[in-house]
Design a protein around this ligand. Structure first.
Ligand SMILES: Nc1nc2c(ncn2[C@@H]2O[C@H](COP(=O)(O)OP(=O)(O)OP(=O)(O)O)[C@@H](O)[C@H]2O)c(=O)[nH]1
Ligand SMILES: [Mg+2]
Length: 391
């Protein structure tokens, strides 16, 4: 299987990148995975990675400290499996938050830039506390201690969004394609608006539109935008030492991964179907050309036969040319059958598109488990069903 997906979740320091990679991995291996889908750790570091991700996760469960800040960038290699067969290779980069600001060593920055150029989907973290700031700063009924607090909340949002703006420009400068953009809310427990998932997603859509991050009306850009959110627990309680003291119930961590792989498979499926159709079209065109050439050959044999038959027909015999012309015509007829067969194969290509089928299964999973946790805005900024994103 040579389908590959690269995952780079861009977020600031302590925005939840490492918690995401380890919770996502855990979600994808425990209780039989997500639907038919599982992750398997691969590569030279597989054993070490399993141990590391495992111990970080266990520490969270036990209420020990949360994962330490990442000090060196790391690439995890996974195989994304469907019913025990690999359907996509994953490279997932977890890096130091400061890198997004252009800090870190030269080597680190280069690895980050390379990953940004090759990321399947551009994923940007907006931490839940920023969404919460955004909601409250715009809520006339919110009970701020003073106006300065409101202003500060608003500034925190401005700063986060301008970071994302800069990163978007930077990522796209180095790419010829226009990958989808996923806004991923981490720590969504910080958004306390009645714990209603739909409202959290509405707030994110509002924010994207009001900051005019995308020129939805412009002709120039054709963005596809996604949103989703995750939390370590709706009622998570952390103490001052950053230990989980209650409410550990992770949710939504598989969504960025599932969206990325689903998209990659649907694209790979489309490419496959296009390639197959092109081959069939070329075959059909070649057959038609041969038919035309052979028919011409048969016609010229016929006219030669008419000339010769003036002598031979006296004995009731067919000329050599007549026999040959007939054979050619039979052959032309059988090519018709070939053409019909190929046309039929072409019409049923979608049924044979296994990658497309897998992406639809992933879609189904997200539709079931991610209700009100995922949205899709099309190129004009209109909210559309997720199926359209995969198409
Ligand atoms: N309330 C809440 N806090 C969270 C959640 N996820 C992470 N946190 C907090 O955010 C901190 C940072 O999470 P990390 O995953 O280490 O962040 P990071 O982006 O990897 O940070 P760097 O590696 O330093 O760049 C954690 O130590 C927790 O305190 C969540 O779902 N809810
Ligand atoms: Mg980290």
């Amino acid at each position: 299987m040579d389908t590959k997906a690269n995952i780079l979740i861009v977020g600031g320091h302590a925005s939840g990148k490492t918690v995401t990679v380890c919770s996502s991995y855990y979600r994808m291996i425990s209780e039989g995975g997500a639907g038919k889908f599982r992750l398997v750790s691969m590569g030279d570091q597989a054993g070490q990675n399993i141990e590391q991700l495992g111990s970080m996760y266990q520490a969270m469960v036990k209420g020990e400290k949360l994962p330490p800040g990442t000090t060196e960038s790391k690439i995890y290699e996974f195989s994304f499996n469907r019913s025990n067969r690999s359907i996509c290779d994953i490279r997932w980069m977890d890096y130091r938050g400061a890198l997004r600001l252009g800090e870190g060593t030269e080597e680190d920055r280069e690895a980050f830039a390379l990953m940004a150029r090759n990321a399947t989907v551009l994923i940007y973290i907006i931490p839940g506390n920023i969404i919460s700031d955004y909601i409250h700063a715009h809520d006339p009924n919110y009970d701020w201690d003073n106006e300065k607090e409101r202003l500060l909340a608003s500034l925190r949002v401005d700063e986060e969004i301008s970071q994302i703006d800069a990163l978007l420009v930077q990522a796209l400068k180095n790419r010829e394609d226009l990958p989808p953009v996923l806004f991923y809310i981490t720590k969504s427990d910080y958004i306390r608006n009645d714990s209603d998932d739909r409202k959290k997603m509405e707030a994110l859509k509002d924010l994207i539109r009001s900051y005019n991050l995308f020129d939805f009306d412009g002709e120039e850009y054709q963005w596809k935008i996604l949103g989703c959110h995750a939390t370590l627990g709706r009622n998570l309680e952390l103490d001052e030492g950053n230990h989980i003291v209650g409410g550990f119930a992770p949710e939504g961590f598989e969504l960025p991964l599932m969206l990325t792989v689903g998209y990659r498979l649907s694209e790979a499926g489309k490419e496959w179907a296009q390639r197959e159709c092109k081959i069939l079209d070329e075959d059909i065109a070649a057959l038609r050309l041969r038919q035309a050439q052979d028919s011409g050959k048969a016609a010229s044999l016929d006219s030669r036969a008419r000339f010769r038959s003036r002598f031979l027909n006296a004995f009731g015999r067919r000329t050599r040319e007549q026999v040959e012309a007939e054979m050619i015509r039979e052959n032309v007829k059988s090519m018709n059958l070939d053409i019909q067969k190929k046309e039929k194969t072409k019409a049923s290509i979608e049924k044979k598109n296994t990658l497309g089928k897998y992406s639809m299964e992933i879609l189904q999973y997200i539709a079931e488990k991610g209700e009100n946790k995922v949205f899709y805005l099309n190129e004009r900024g209109e909210e559309r069903p997720l199926e359209e994103f995969f198409r």
